[in-house]
Design a binder for this molecule. Structure first.
Ligand code: ARG
Length: 280
């Protein structure tokens, strides 16, 4: 039986690419994004179509164009929100807005000590294994994983990201409730690749091609047996169908100009280690 998925999203009223903090933004600084509003509305419709979803909308704010990427608000675990401490000053301005929304929504909020950490962009719970994948290298720092492990009492797998185009973990890894994990392996250091292969059985590790990865296929939202993403090759679709998923693709190209796609535009408001998700 499907349980309702609640997602935090922020309408792109003030979305634009006005600064440059990742390689996707470089080519688009100053570019208007006329289709962003339409693409975002379609994403909402697609999510609502795909399964039992409730979208909680945050009020857009001027001067913080990346506020649409709510995945970076915090890491949610039960009733706790471990808030992001952004690496770039441009995004630090978002912290207060995310925190007051989540606090009003009923979450206890906390921060990690003296470390950059970019929330659910860099920390992803495995849906079956009692494990939290934490990316570091471009945005979050390595010490974030240690602090989260202590705070939540979960086992963390600290993964070094080596390709700047995949600067957040959710651009190159996507753990699914079936136990399958989508991964673009070249985005990880050799050691991180070894850790992933040790943690995930080969038949459950779905290695995506560079083409799919650059289309943000790993940046997918899972809703019950549906996967919502920008696009997926026929080969990847076959793989996901075989794993029991229905695929919903919707154009998010205007958000790729800022380096984000479907998953970055959402934050799951029920999240946590695999055991507690199963028990809930
Ligand atoms: N422009 C944003 C940044 O560079 C995009 C964030 C994408 N979010 C994500 N969870 N990958 O920070």
């Amino acid at each position: 039986m499907d349980i309702m998925t609640r997602l935090l999203m922020c309408p792109p009223t003030n979305y634009s690419v006005t600064y440059d903090i990742n390689p996707w933004m470089t080519r688009h600084v100053g570019t208007g994004t006329p289709d962003a509003a339409r693409q975002w509305d379609r994403l909402v419709e697609t999510l609502e179509c795909a399964g039992d979803v409730r979208i909680e909308k945050m009020e857009p704010k001027p001067g913080v164009p990346d506020l649409v990427f709510t995945a970076n608000a915090a890491l949610i675990s039960g009733k706790l929100a471990i808030m992001s401490s952004f690496r770039h000053p441009e995004r630090r301005r978002e912290q207060r807005t995310y925190r007051s929304f989540l606090a009003q929504y009923g979450f206890a909020t906390s921060f990690l000590q003296q470390t950059f950490f970019e929330g659910a962009g860099d920390a992803l719970f495995d849906r079956v294994r009692p494990l939290l994948y934490v990316g570091h290298g471009w945005r979050s720092e390595r010490t974030a994983a240690t602090q989260i492990a202590e705070t939540l009492g979960v086992r963390t797998l600290s993964l070094l990201l080596v390709d700047e185009r995949f600067y957040h973990l959710d651009t190159c890894l996507c753990p699914l409730a079936s136990g399958h994990v989508l991964a673009f392996m070249d985005a990880f250091s050799p050691h991180a690749q070894t850790l992933l292969r040790r943690a995930i059985e080969p038949e459950y590790l779905i290695e995506v091609s560079a083409t799919d990865a650059l289309d943000f296929a790993c940046n997918a939202v899972e809703i019950g047996d549906a996967i919502v993403l920008h696009s997926a090759s026929p080969r990847l679709r076959d793989r996901l169908h075989a794993a029991g998923y229905r695929i919903f693709a919707t154009d998010l190209s205007d958000f790729h100009k800022a380096g984000g796609s479907a998953k970055c535009l959402t934050l799951k408001l029920e999240d946590g280690p695999a055991e507690s998700v199963a028990a809930a």
